[in-house]
Design a protein around this ligand. Sequence first.
Ligand SMILES: [Zn+2]
Length: 480
Amino acid sequence: MSVSTPLKLYNTLTREREAFAPLDPANVRLYVCGPTVYDFAHIGNARPLIVFDVLYRLLREKYGAGHVKYVRNITDVDDKINARAAERAITIRELTEETNRVFQEDVAALGCLAPDVQPRATEHIAEMVSIIEKLIASGHAYAADAHVLFDVPSMPDYGALSRRPLDDMIAGARVEVAPYKKGEMDFVLWKPSKEDEPGWDSPWGRGRPGWHIECSAMSWKHLGEMFDIHGGGIDLVFPHHENEIAQTRCAFGHDVMANVWMHNGFLQVEGEKMSKSLGNFVTIHELLHSDKFGGKAWKGEVLRLAMLRAHYRQPIDWTVKALEEAEKTLSRWYGLLRAHGVTAKSAADAPLRAAFVEALCDDLNIPRAMAELHAIAAKAEPRDSDSQTARAEAEKLTRAAGLLGLLQDDPAAWAHKAPEIDVDVAEVEKLVVERLAARKARNFAESDRLRDLLAEMGVKLKDGKNKETGDPTTEWEVAG
Ligand SMILES: [Zn+2]
């Protein structure tokens, strides 16, 4: 079964929600900026991995698994890598291999499908040199003092993605005063390497690439001069993505690099900006393997569900409480699967609920899709209807959750994970969903009745509104 609902995506380039039309529906092409492998990935890095994995799954569902190409690069040459290797007194290769190995384990634990290609920057130096040569030949770059710089004023519409005023861009670029620079916005494509730094021979002497040129080279090699979707965190819009666009467009002479630019929102930790100095730096590896957060190691799927509770473009506040809620939900859902003998495999052909697909196709409205999953789960309770109907609902739940990368685990593996619950979670979720429907229908008497009923069960509600859709939302917790 394929998804026939039209897909709409918010495009940072146009600031509009647009109908998605791939350049070639038989070869839908997606590029996402990957990690710089100098340190373990943190939960801020986990967000784009999970968000774009959901997009990849949806595209595969819609266009066919063999018709989507997802490229996520590995930046294995960078000054941060050189510095860290020196600090730890290991070779650059040892550092990047170790970091990449842990990164691959982390993303697999988060339930992310492997991209079709994970190109490494160090294996694409020839492509980088080739793009730089094209830029010099067309007057968009210049060599000076063993460096090559992109000549920003040579591109009249530079800055179209970030739409920032020039002053802001200059400040954001953290311009160092360098005598070889013609303009203060000009950025490095190539720079010389000292004896002890990694370097490659080039027409401009032994050196190494700037960061931005890496993505232009790897996307060109694996997706072509123009492709469909480019994704990454909102922090990459400027200067990284702006500079990728400048390089690729000026090298190949097209009006666009990628037709759609998608960016996920910021992540905070317990209401604060995450930073090593604040002591709230959370790595995926520690969450999975230590008891540093909330007193226990967490399953990757729990992190994944907790990360999917906000719209991908909204900021998200990462909390231990959200992990606990996510674990409760998953334990409950896997319990339903066990009760009906359903697995991801047995549910593979179950129909997809239209409202669920519509939510996902509406610029990946995952919170709305999650509400649909809760509604399906409520109907999958064995005691609520005859067991065949309830089993069919459990299959629908599993099939739909699979598009979010959830419920793909062996349900038996969750049998011992049930946390101590002093309320009937399925019953509460069912009432919460009913109350949401009542609020949406402006039936306040019914909404109040359900609130009182829930209060009697010891459940506290927190109402809100989805900023994206304006739909009412409700979070609940057991009153302490
Ligand atoms: Zn990039």
